[in-house]
Design a protein around this ligand. Structure first.
Ligand code: ZN
Ligand code: ZN
Length: 273
């Protein structure tokens, strides 16, 4: 069933899935833009106005939570009927779309901290990790395709066509947001908040793979962060910094709760002994 299926399982069944998937969103966005043009649609927000400054942190928080819920949707840890729908809608808000999040993230779980195969391996330097992630992820999307469908010249050509479709879809999707929100809100709030939310996700991946303590790339591995700062952040962001627990039990919605329960059980076990 398309509305509840996992994009990665469709990707593994159909060599044209991702091209058709992004082609579908391309057509939807093109239809939205045509409707805007046809109706002479007035964007929701004029401006710039001072209230944009107040909206900024709220939009940023919302977009970070969109990434968190997309992550949970890739693991199927939202109610079964809505994982796909929530993932798709939020995937449009964060621009990258649900399928790429899903395909890249499943690869991360399978090959985490493998220097070649992890789609976003970490380095002790945060900014080197940012740079590498931005340039590595698209290449790993290609590689995932070759792993499933074969590393042949025809498939390289296919993936290049698919990448052009994906870039084109990014353009019409961004244009739709631009028209809907208005140029001022788009440039001053929506776009910078999306870039910061993306940076937040990269920082989360870096820090939970031991980025702050690692001296070399050999030290990169999933860790549970428990300093007061990350305990507070776990309250805000559904326990995401208990990341070793997440790699051990990916289906949990809030891994920090499971970690606290495991630690409490260990503590009472020690007291009983
Ligand atoms: Zn991880
Ligand atoms: Zn995950």
């Amino acid at each position: 069933m398309v509305l509840t299926a996992h994009p990665i399982s469709q990707f593994r069944k159909n060599p044209r899935f991702y091209l058709m998937y992004d082609g579908f969103w391309f057509l939807i966005c093109a239809a939205v833009l045509s409707a805007f043009s046809f109706t002479n649609f007035t964007p929701l927000f004029a401006g710039p106005s001072w209230w944009f400054a107040a909206a900024f942190p709220a939009v940023l928080f919302g977009l970070i939570w969109a990434h968190l819920l997309i992550h949970n949707a890739t693991h199927g840890s939202l109610p079964r009927a809505i994982n796909r729908v929530v993932g798709e809608l939020l995937g449009l808000m964060v621009i990258v779309r649900f399928a790429s999040w899903d395909i890249v993230h499943m690869r991360h779980h399978k090959y985490s901290d493998d220097r070649e195969k992890d789609p976003h391996p970490n380095f002790p330097s945060f900014w080197k990790t940012v740079f590498n992630t931005v340039f590595h992820v698209e290449k790993q999307l290609f590689q995932q395709y070759y792993d499933v469908w074969g590393d042949t010249p025809e498939n390289h050509a296919r993936e290049r066509r698919r990448a052009w479709m994906s870039y084109g879809t990014n353009v019409v999707l961004l244009a739709s947001w631009f028209w809907l929100l208005g140029p001022a809100f788009f440039v001053l709030v929506f776009l910078p908040c999306n870039l910061l939310a993306g940076l937040f996700v990269i920082h989360f991946n870096w820090t939970t793979h031991n980025g702050e303590s690692a001296k070399s790339i050999e030290d990169m591995r999933p860790v549970n962060l428990t300093s007061p700062y990350y305990r507070f952040a776990n309250k805000l962001f559904a326990g995401i910094y208990a990341h070793k627990m997440h790699h051990d039990r990916p289906a949990l919605f809030n891994p920090a709760n499971a970690l606290a329960a495991a630690q409490a059980a260990e503590h009472s076990g020690q007291q009983a002994a």
